[in-house]
Ligand binder design. Structure first.
Ligand code: PEP
Length: 251
């Protein structure tokens, strides 16, 4: 089954509106033609709306790095799905390891966020991944399958193609230590087999599973050539348009 590849950049808490605009201008000046893949950027909330027109012209889709699980109300400091759509977001990242560890987001909360995002007509990148301790204890498959199953609980079958799973081993995020293509492929195939058992073969074949964790232009070609790796989620190397573009070219 051929699945459209994705290259996504997670800027985290970096880049002002002006810096983000310059990023898009540089990207557009180099990247004239469209690629047959989805290119998605996750800027800060504050840069979403100011970037929306220029990103569209550059063939880039925007996403938000977080969402709140309720539709609206007295939740000071939170941002709803409707607000994200209003600001130009088409996607949202849910369950990133920084949200799980620093902000204590549990699988149950992540599941509510996934469902709220889909209800708001946003597409979702659901991040999952094990720690090094869990891998060393041979618990990585169990941990990741629970994150996938719990994250997708009660998600309607027809919404599943709007969800992408990002396998991001926690030990590979921001460390310069990437999973080998063999280990990454093994985990992606494992995730696809869990999706098949839980949700059925047709949808499991359609769903895209992308890899994240210290991706750069040197390791991208081999990683993205694996049969179950449908693209990448890039953190650090997405902050400079040239390094993001060199990953894009190597896919
Ligand atoms: C991330 O934070 O999602 C990520 C993959 O970061 P990095 O590429 O810097 O490891």
């Amino acid at each position: 089954m051929s699945r459209k590849k994705i290259l996504a950049g997670n800027w985290k808490m970096n880049l002002t509106i002006e810096e983000a605009r310059n990023w898009i201008r540089r990207y557009q000046s180099v990247q004239k033609k469209g690629y047959l893949m989805d290119v998605i950027l996750f800027p800060s909330f504050t840069a979403l709306y100011p970037l929306s027109k220029e990103a569209f012209k550059a063939g880039i889709t925007l996403g938000a790095q977080n969402i709140f699980e309720e539709e609206n109300g007295a939740y000071t400091g939170e941002v709803s799905g409707k607000m994200l759509v209003d600001a130009g977001a088409k996607w949202v990242l849910v369950g990133h390891s920084e949200r799980r560890t620093i902000f204590g987001e549990t699988d149950d909360r992540i599941n509510l966020k996934v469902r709220q995002a889909l209800f708001s007509e946003l597409r979702v990148i659901l991040c999952v991944g094990e720690t090094m301790e869990q891998r060393k204890a041979a618990e990585h498959q169990e941990v990741v399958s629970q994150q996938v199953i719990n994250g997708l609980k009660e998600v309607h079958q027809s919404d599943l193609p709007h969800v992408v799973i990002a396998y991001e081993p926690v030990w590979a995020i921001g460390t310069g230590q990437t999973a080998t293509p063999e280990d990454a492929q093994e985990m992606h195939a494992w995730i696809r087999s869990c999706l098949k058992d839980e949700k059925g073969e047709t949808v499991a074949d359609k769903m895209r599973i992308i890899y994240g964790g210290s991706v750069n232009s040197e390791n991208a070609t081999q990683l993205f050539a694996c049969p179950d790796i449908d693209g990448g989620l890039v953190g650090g190397a997405s902050l400079k348009p040239d390094s993001f573009l060199s990953i894009l070219r190597s896919i």
